[in-house]
Design a protein. Structure first.
Length: 514
């Protein structure tokens, strides 16, 4: 038995894989595994660790590094290489990892303590069993032909994150989210097994498969990773539920927003601190209808804040990092201007559903407090497959934008003139081809509404001396204890010139009592 620390799951997988011909393994086999796994009672992974490993603190865990000279495929000088993460108390669950060889054979990648540098940790690994791996990362010459950068990482539950050229890790994606909002408690499915195709010497893509498992769901996943200035991960999934769920989150994205121009900090020297500054949604009005683009600026609320956008046909959604200027962050270490945007592009018609956004409070920048995902209107019945595909674009300076005009920044606050009690003021700047093409002196109208808990007092627009246009919006909050929903865009006559700015303003925090 090669996975001594998690025998139940591994033995069940061995039983399913044993009859397969060597050259047959691929998508159909992983999908069959997912269906058979969902038909069986859930087997929780064994998370037992040697006591010395379980006792390591944060610094001790960071001390353990995989040795680059032991990377899989390094000796073959292939364009992609694999390195692993050690199991610790932070990531106690093991995942099984195999490569799929060109002849179809499955080659297990077992744990070897000698492959790791334990730094200053005095650990005796001589009595350890085969611990398996906590996860893995793929290396590729992304920025320099002479150096293999980290390209994509799979570590913890169903989390993964990738990089394009000149990017730095920020937000994460997940395979699946269950009951993030509306259930009795969130369930975190995990990738239990990976199969990675050995790449050809001239390969420009890497293909891997994964088996997802959780108490109420199992699923098959296929990832095709195409690195570049924009790294694209094409995802194919087939899910099976063991039991009903309140919410099934497809293509979930997880990010961090601490403060920004729309919610500045009075104590942080950095103007903005976030991995993403907004949620963008593109949806068509029925088949063949025009696409509406929406932009929801992110906030750091004092209490959980959930919202959603119901759509008939989704064109795409993403958590975006639009502000790419160093001066917006002034952080020479974190380099938030280099954090990627992640844009989800559905392949085919996903049918009706909603894009859901959950914003939680974050006390500091180590907390991922933003979740966005697609929730289908119709949940599959237990045992019935849900099959979807999408492209996940990891973007930098060149990112997905609406074709006409988009929000550049959102600022809240008064100027010289005081505001009335309960009144809010926003300055929203727009830019884009449709605005830049306007002849001088063109009349542009500011269209604004307050669908929930607000009354528009004033809305007007004027051109900026640096290009683009500014929309000034003053709104009266009706109930100070409730959020305010706002919508605004610029138009010329009846033609929209920009996306729709759809801000959700949380209640102001209650004043602290001495």
């Amino acid at each position: 038995m090669r996975r001594a620390c998690f025998p139940a799951l591994w033995l069940s997988l061995l039983g399913l894989l044993a009859p397969l011909p060597a050259a047959a393994f691929g998508w159909d086999e992983v999908a069959a595994l997912a269906q058979q796994t969902a038909a069986r009672p859930y087997a929780a992974p064994d998370i037992a660790l040697p006591p010395a490993l379980a006792a390591l603190d944060y610094d001790g865990r960071r001390d353990i590094r995989y040795r680059p000279d032991r990377a899989v495929w390094r000796d073959a000088a292939l364009p992609f290489q694999l390195q692993f993460f050690h199991r610790t108390g932070a990531h106690p669950e093991a995942v099984a990892i195999d490569t799929i060889e060109p002849d179809g054979r499955l080659r297990p990648l077992p744990y070897r303590a000698a492959d790791y540098d334990f730094g200053g940790q005095r650990l005796d690994s001589s009595t350890w069993p085969d611990l398996g791996h906590a996860g893995f990362r793929v290396h590729y010459a992304l920025n320099d032909p002479a150096y293999l950068d980290e390209l994509i990482v799979f570590l913890g539950a169903s989390y993964f994150r990738a990089l394009g050229r000149d990017q730095q890790y920020g937000l994460s994606a997940r395979g699946l989210a269950i009951d993030t909002v509306g259930g009795a408690g969130e369930e975190f499915p995990r990738f239990a097994h990976f199969w990675i195709e050995r790449p050809a010497p001239d390969a420009r893509t890497l293909t891997l498969y994964a088996l997802l498992d959780s108490p109420r769901a199992s699923g098959a996943y296929r990832f095709v990773v195409t690195p570049g200035e924009e790294t694209v991960v094409t995802v194919q999934l087939q899910l099976y539920l063991r039991a009903a769920v309140a919410q099934l989150g497809i293509a979930p994205l997880t990010s961090m927003f601490l403060h920004g121009e729309n919610q500045p900090s009075a104590t942080d020297f950095r103007p903005e601190v976030h991995d993403s500054d907004g949620l963008m949604v593109a949806a068509a009005a029925g088949s063949g209808g025009a696409t509406e683009w929406l932009w929801r600026p992110l906030v750091n609320p004092a209490a959980p804040l959930a919202s959603s956008f119901a759509v008939t046909r989704l064109q795409g959604f993403g958590l975006m990092q639009r502000d790419r200027r160093f001066e917006a962050y002034e952080d020479t270490e974190a380099r938030y201007e280099r954090r990627p945007s992640a844009w989800v592009e559905p392949l085919g018609d996903w049918g009706p559903g909603r894009v859901e956004l959950l914003q939680l409070h974050a006390g500091d920048e180590t907390v991922d407090n933003i979740v966005a995902c697609w929730v289908p209107a119709q949940m599959p019945a237990p045992g019935q497959p849900l099959a979807l595909s999408y492209r996940l674009h990891w973007q930098g300076q060149a990112m997905q934008r609406p074709p006409a005009g988009w929000t550049v920044q959102s600022r809240r606050g008064r100027g010289w003139a005081p505001l009335a009690p309960g009144e809010l003021q926003f300055m929203v700047d727009f830019d884009g081809p449709a605005l830049r093409a306007l002849p001088a002196g063109t009349a542009v109208q500011a269209e604004a509404s307050a669908p929930a808990n607000g009354r528009v007092v004033d809305a007007r627009a004027w051109p900026l001396p640096t290009g683009g246009w500014r929309l000034q919006l003053r709104v009266q909050r009706l109930d100070p204890a409730l959020p305010v929903e706002l919508r605004a865009y610029l138009r010329r006559d009846q033609a929209a010139l920009t996306e729709t700015w759809v801000a959700l303003v949380p209640p102001d925090p209650a004043p602290a009592h001495e």
